[in-house]
Design a protein around this ligand. Structure first.
Ligand SMILES: [Zn+2]
Length: 309
């Protein structure tokens, strides 16, 4: 692992120019040193605009090809600044905050950037939770968050999966679901949890089909003597998530933006032992390098409802 900035001053020292940002990307992408895929040569010349030229066969390689930054026309310094901002906001970054910090004229651009960064927070093909996993769903948003059965407009149903790790919580996954029926809950569990796992839920009928999907299904039945907290891990995640969302836009997270915040919360939660914000920045950058470029048109399906937030 290569060094990363610990605080704002170090961040500004590290990434004072485009060339410095590019050099950092080169070291992060090719920690063992760059090797030409065509001729095996390990030496290159640095050309303009982040292009490397192999000294053996004169093939050109872009430093940002195949990464989140591949088709951007904005300076890397600005992207780094955006990632530093995102990872340093305790309650998550808003598009408006991003617009102010980066000096963008358009809210839309800031919103697009946030959603591109989200792709780096949730890597496609990341491994699913395994072992013993608690699963439950909660309503987010609307007048009051709460349990199933009280569904109303403006609320979103979110499935929480929390991996047991000793007495605490390991990793989590959050998946937005259309309803609490098996038809929607089962694919969400499949997406979040490996089929070799034991899934612990309450007696809700929406989870009845888990056994057929190959899971060991551990159904917790409410016993008055034991009190209410039958799924302590998911309850803990749910309360942290609600508190975190309350701190974001004072809780006024639009349903259309909720997916972004769920992914950001998951990214932070699963790296909560990382300790430093600098390390969080490093992880996000590292994941951004291992993404195929996210084209702006892909984001269109998830357009913001209004440009006034
Ligand atoms: Zn070559």
């Amino acid at each position: 692992m290569i060094e990363y900035p610990k605080d704002l001053l170090e961040f500004r020292d590290h990434f004072h120019s485009e060339a410095a940002c590019r050099d950092y990307l080169i070291r992060l992408r090719w920690p063992q040193g760059w090797t030409c895929l065509k001729c095996g040569c390990r030496e290159f010349w640095k050309m303009r605009r982040g292009v490397l030229c192999c000294q053996g066969c004169e093939r050109y390689v872009s430093v940002t090809a195949g990464t989140l930054f591949a088709d951007t026309h904005k300076p890397l310094r600005l992207w780094f600044e955006a990632m530093w901002h995102v990872t340093n906001q305790k309650y998550g970054a808003s598009a408006l905050g991003m617009q102010r910090i980066l000096g963008f004229g358009s809210y839309r651009t800031a919103w697009n950037w946030l959603h591109k960064l989200r792709r780096a927070m949730v890597r496609p093909g990341r491994d699913r939770l395994a072992g013993t996993v608690e699963v439950d769903e909660i309503f987010i948003g609307g007048e009051r968050s709460g349990k199933r059965g009280r569904g109303a407009a403006g609320k979103a149903l979110v499935l929480i999966a929390a991996q047991e790790a000793g007495k605490g919580i390991g990793r989590i996954r959050l998946v937005r679901v259309a309803s609490g029926s098996g038809e929607h809950l089962e694919p969400a569990v499949t997406q979040a949890v490996d089929s070799s796992s034991t899934v612990r839920t309450d007696g809700w009928k929406g989870y009845k089909g888990l056994k057929e999907l190959g899971y060991k299904h551990d159904v917790i039945r409410p016993t008055p003597a034991l009190g209410e907290n039958l799924l302590p891990l998911v309850n803990r995640v749910a309360s942290l998530l609600k508190r975190w969302l309350l701190g974001t836009h004072q809780g006024a997270v639009r349903p259309s933006h909720l997916d972004y915040y769920l992914d950001e919360f998951t990214f932070r939660f699963n790296r909560r032992t990382s300790g430093s914000r600098g390390l969080l920045f490093y992880r996000l950058l590292d994941q951004a390098l291992h993404l195929q470029p996210v084209l702006t048109r892909e984001l269109k399906a998830a357009s913001p409802i209004s440009a006034n937030e």
